[in-house]
Design a protein around this ligand. Structure first.
Ligand code: HEM
Length: 658
């Protein structure tokens, strides 16, 4: 791909805390890296061992036309997921893969990627693997060994990376070095990729070769063996059990619950407006969305009403601190909390232990109650359950009742905790940034309002599952928010066998050694001028147009989803891995449809009842990161009763004349 694609473009993001750019370009093979320093980013693991592995060059990725299996009808979400999963689990590389032909046995080295399949995963990394990779990197660093790849090395100082949100620092690197580059901290090397073809390879075609690496180490103390950090065998079993839980009857019932919980937030906003006595209050909406998402996920996952939009309790506080700790830890690439004495000395760690105890006790109680009322039921009967008339419609109940699934209470606790964390801040962030963008575009806001009015008619009740299917622009607004603010902005992987990344946009395959840590910077890919027209502009209508980029190898072009048949929301498949709001491949988010339905219902409900405008200058909204993209100091939104914001009314009037 021509380097011109990476001419720096102004990135329109809210004011960040980031500083300066990373020094100058280091030619790939020449100068040695770089970021010696505090070593904050050094991971304790992450190296590899190669036993005489011949370096293979993968064939160039073929252009892949979307096939019928790529689109998942919303009415059959769980079935589609299961089909995908079963195909993945049935052995061999994931279907649809541009995989090389099977090699001759004697050609295969110990960690040759082609040897492995879902049925025969690569062995976990050992200490020796880590040492081997470190030694190789040190030899390369001192010029005693040729690097095995030609990937540019981002040079600079570690403080350049640490001076603000990490993903923004990576985005600066992306603009300087292109779609694949390396961050090197002495002997510790991270490969950063932002190319759809390479992402497809890592997430789908060779997903078996990549585990969650440092992310698992960080999250394991909180999530245990939940899906995100779980070892492969546990993940395989639990994902099989959990995915069918998101079946369409349950999602439909949940849609009603999303509306019910949003009504709680609406009542609170009504109260604040009334208390303002004529002055529209400025409400910190990031916090409100966070409370709403907590209420929803608590009800959905274990039928627990946090009522956090209305009250505060010790459990809520403990949950929040635990969630914050999970986020805080995911910004550290060195798991210092694994050093046990610190857990007793550092006040933050002591607080964390107390919080975990309280949260675990609450979860244990709920799990015991669910086990008590266990009614072993076939999957098909669970999918036909009359959710309107069951006392506990939660995911926990489903997992306990599912016939043939027997698991420990500890595993259930880990499953629930993982879903609580994974489904909370992510959804809150989508709503926060969608609001931020929309209030700056009264023209689009007026159209969303008109759409919601048209679909809802005179009904005051929240949107239903059927309504969501008609809220086309509203759904595109949320998809566009996820493009501009992907949650999380980075995906983290570690390679478990030697592998060759396809050329992708840089046109050259890249050889990687077992143990290499890889970051997929989704944020950069979603804002790449090579893939998106005016990537920094909020334009929900971009999702209406098919487009393609012939400059990108393997790019088959984005196909807008067909609302009559396909997934209601743009996704990684119809965008051919250029859009990764929920990841992709076998580790794709299990809660994607749940989250999008939730955001659509909440957003439409609020748009119908209130006029939101920004309570400060756009540039005053700063960006920060944990696992998701947060604001630096909140999202101040002026809240008025519907019809009281003049600019929006004018835009609506103009729209009516057209
Ligand atoms: C807008 C909201 C959400 C976003 C943007 C989001 C995003 C993601 C992404 C990008 C991944 C893949 C991570 C990776 O590949 O490393 C993921 C995984 C996951 N998400 Fe979500 N998520 C959201 C909501 C939810 C909800 C509501 C739930 C549960 C109810 C959930 C549960 C999970 C789980 C369990 C995984 C791990 C899947 C696995 O490894 O098999 N997420 N999510």
């Amino acid at each position: 791909m021509a380097p011109a694609a990476f001419v720096p473009a102004p990135v329109r993001v809210p004011a960040s805390t980031g500083r300066g750019s990373l020094g100058h370009v280091a030619a790939t093979q020449g100068r040695r890296p770089l970021f010696f320093g505090e070593g904050v980013l050094a991971s304790s693991h992450g190296s590899a061992r190669v036993v005489g592995a011949p370096q293979m060059v993968a064939p160039p990725p073929r252009r892949r036309e979307p096939s019928s299996r790529d689109t998942v009808p919303i009415d059959d979400v769980a079935a589609g997921e299961r089909e995908r999963l079963e195909a993945n689990l049935s052995g061999g590389v994931v279907p649809g893969a541009d995989s090389p032909p099977p090699p001759e046995e004697e050609e295969m080295a110990e960690y040759d990627s082609r040897r492995f399949s879902e049925a025969n995963p690569p062995p976990p990394l050992s200490m020796k693997d880590s040492m081997d990779l470190w030694i190789e990197n040190i030899l390369v660093l001192y010029g005693d060994k040729e690097p095995r790849d030609t990937v540019p090395v981002a040079e600079g100082d570690v403080s350049d990376l640490m001076g603000g949100p990490f993903f923004l620092a990576l985005h600066r690197c992306f603009k300087q070095y292109g779609p694949i580059y390396k961050l090197a901290f002495g002997p510790k090397v991270f490969i950063v990729v932002n190319d759809p073809v390479v992402c497809r390879h890592i997430l789908r075609e060779r997903s078996i070769l990549y585990d969650k690496g440092v992310l698992s180490e960080i999250l394991e103390p909180i999530m245990g063996k939940g899906l995100i950090p779980a070892d492969y065998e546990t993940w395989k079993t639990r994902r099989r059990a959990i995915v069918p839980g998101f079946h369409s009857a349950w999602l439909e019932f949940m849609t009603g619950m999303f509306g019910y919980c949003t009504d709680g937030l609406s009542e609170k906003l009504d109260g604040l407006i009334a208390a303002g006595e004529g002055t529209a209050p400025v409400v910190e909406m990031e916090t409100e969305y966070s409370s709403l998402a907590l209420d929803i996920i608590g009800k959905a996952v274990f039928n627990y009403d946090f009522k956090s939009t209305q009250t505060e309790s010790p459990v809520i506080k403990a949950v929040y601190r635990t969630l914050r700790e999970a986020e805080y830890r995911s910004t550290f690439l060195f798991p210092y909390w694994k050093f046990e004495p610190l857990n007793w000395i550092v006040p933050r760690q002591r607080q964390f232990r107390r919080d975990m105890k309280l949260v675990n006790n609450t979860l244990r109680k709920l799990i015991n109650e669910a086990q008590h009322g266990k009614q072993s039921t076939e999957l098909d009967d669970l999918k036909r359950r009359d959710y309107e008339n069951v006392s506990d419609p939660s995911m926990l109940r489903f997992l306990v009742d599912l016939r043939g699934e027997s698991t420990t209470n500890q595993q259930l606790r880990d499953d629930l905790m993982t879903m609580l964390i994974a489904g909370h801040e992510t959804t809150a962030a989508v709503l926060t940034w969608a609001t931020y963008e929309l209030v700056q575009r009264p023209d689009i806001y007026a159209r969303v309002r008109a759409e919601v009015d048209a679909v809802m008619g005179d009904r005051q009740s929240p949107p239903t599952f059927q309504d969501v299917k008609s809220l086309n622009l509203t759904r595109r607004v949320l998809a566009e928010s996820l493009r501009m603010y992907p949650e999380p902005p980075l995906l983290i992987r570690r390679l478990l066998a030697d592998d060759t990344l396809p050329g992708g946009e840089i046109g050259k395959p890249t050889n990687l050694k077992r143990g290499t840590d890889v970051f997929i910077c989704v944020y950069s890919m979603h804002r790449s001028p090579a893939l998106w027209e005016e990537p920094d502009v909020f334009n929900p209508d971009r999702w209406l147009k098919p487009f393609s980029n012939p400059g990108v190898e393997g790019w088959s072009g984005y196909n807008p989803p067909d609302p009559n048949r396909a997934s209601l929301y743009p996704n990684e498949v119809n965008a051919d891995f250029a859009f990764l709001p929920f990841g992709g491949g076998s580790r794709k988010c299990v809660g994607d449809q749940f989250a999008m339905l939730e955001s659509t219902v909440a957003f439409a409900t609020l748009v119908r009842r209130f006029d939101f405008s920004l309570g400060c200058a756009p540039s005053e909204v700063g960006v920060d990161t944990g696992a998701t993209i947060h604001t630096k100091g909140g999202m101040p939104i002026r809240v008025r009763k519907r019809g009281e914001w003049d600019e929006l009314n004018e835009a609506s009037a103009k729209l009516a004349q057209q």
